[in-house]
Design a protein around this ligand. Sequence first.
Ligand SMILES: CC(C)(COP(=O)(O)OP(=O)(O)OC[C@H]1O[C@@H](n2cnc3c(N)ncnc32)[C@H](O[C@H]2O[C@H](COP(=O)(O)OP(=O)(O)OP(=O)(O)O)[C@@H](O)[C@H]2O)[C@@H]1O)[C@@H](O)C(=O)NCCC(=O)NCCS
Ligand SMILES: Nc1ncnc2[nH]cnc12
Length: 312
Amino acid sequence: MLPKTLPTLDAQFVADCCDLAWRAMLTEVNLSPKPGLVDRFNCGSHKDMALEDFHRSAGAIRQWLPRFMESGANHAARPAPETLADLRRIGVGCEADMFRSTAGVNTHKGTIFSLGLLCAAIGRLYQQQQAISPELIGKTVAAICRGLTERELQNGNSQQTAGQRLYRQLGLTGARGEAEAGYPLVLELALPHFRTRLAAGSDPELALLDTLLVLMANNGDTNVASRGGADGLHWLQQHAKTLLRQGGVRHPADLSHLHEFNQQCIEHNLSPGGSADLLIVTWFLNRITHVKLPYESIKNPSWRISYVCFKR
Ligand SMILES: CC(C)(COP(=O)(O)OP(=O)(O)OC[C@H]1O[C@@H](n2cnc3c(N)ncnc32)[C@H](O[C@H]2O[C@H](COP(=O)(O)OP(=O)(O)OP(=O)(O)O)[C@@H](O)[C@H]2O)[C@@H]1O)[C@@H](O)C(=O)NCCC(=O)NCCS
Ligand SMILES: Nc1ncnc2[nH]cnc12
């Protein structure tokens, strides 16, 4: 008789997932050249943070990700919105460590929100012994975030964050809206685009840079809007669309267009930090299906016998 639910999250599985999330953060920040963003060449439109801040921040966040997974697993039998309250508590602690590691600079606030939700969704799916697929993860995040934009954006309080202010001014739902919708920009646009480019034999870094352009062209990025307003966001989206129409990033020679785009973002003081976060989500979801699930083997009788023997 198979166990109804696994007693706890398998430690190796948790470590594999959190290491993958950590690698996703490093892969994104090391990817170069990225328009307006911190990378190996320069700090884009940022005067207060550099590559090393992101490396330190990613390491600090990595330590908290198991707690997001455990929260998702522990609340697996509870109504999904109850999970978010616990995630908020963990998130506040994680953000504090991020700020400690960067001497107060906001490198990954949005990343913590997105990766925290993805890890919680994976913990929930694991506890329910469901498949861990990008689509099911997206659906589970949407369930956890149901009603979030209405609660936190439509009824914003006086202590407005950038996201709340931009919702009132421009109707942008930002990180909350993307999560509550189940990451459609990633699941319907960026991830299929990235996988198609990889399947066609594209260099992975060029494919990822091209995917960043796809995100920048379609994302209502509140980072861009908080600095450049609606006009700044429209300019950045149109510029990304033009580069994509001209062929995007297919050959090393195309990197010159990204260097030029970066210079223009610096002149406009624009940084697509939200699209950088969604690129982290894209890379992570592309690889999560490779992480070994312990209960996949339970269907294999030989493994089941060894599991039962081991547990005695
Ligand atoms: C729900 C929160 C995200 C609340 O934050 P806020 O109300 O500000 O919400 P948003 O503005 O919507 O988003 C905040 C960050 O999320 C990223 N983001 C923006 N647009 C999108 C989008 N469409 N899809 C996904 N993600 C998006 C973005 O974060 C990245 O950029 C930041 C670095 O850029 P920078 O310009 O430097 O940012 P600032 O320093 O703020 O501006 P300057 O002063 O420099 O000009 C960095 O954070 C990147 O990650 C948005 O900034 C959530 O954070 C929250 O409520 N936290 C509380 C604790 C919690 O609950 N945490 C975990 C829950 S699982
Ligand atoms: N590389 C990057 N530069 C600036 N903001 C970011 N947010 C996430 N990644 C970023």
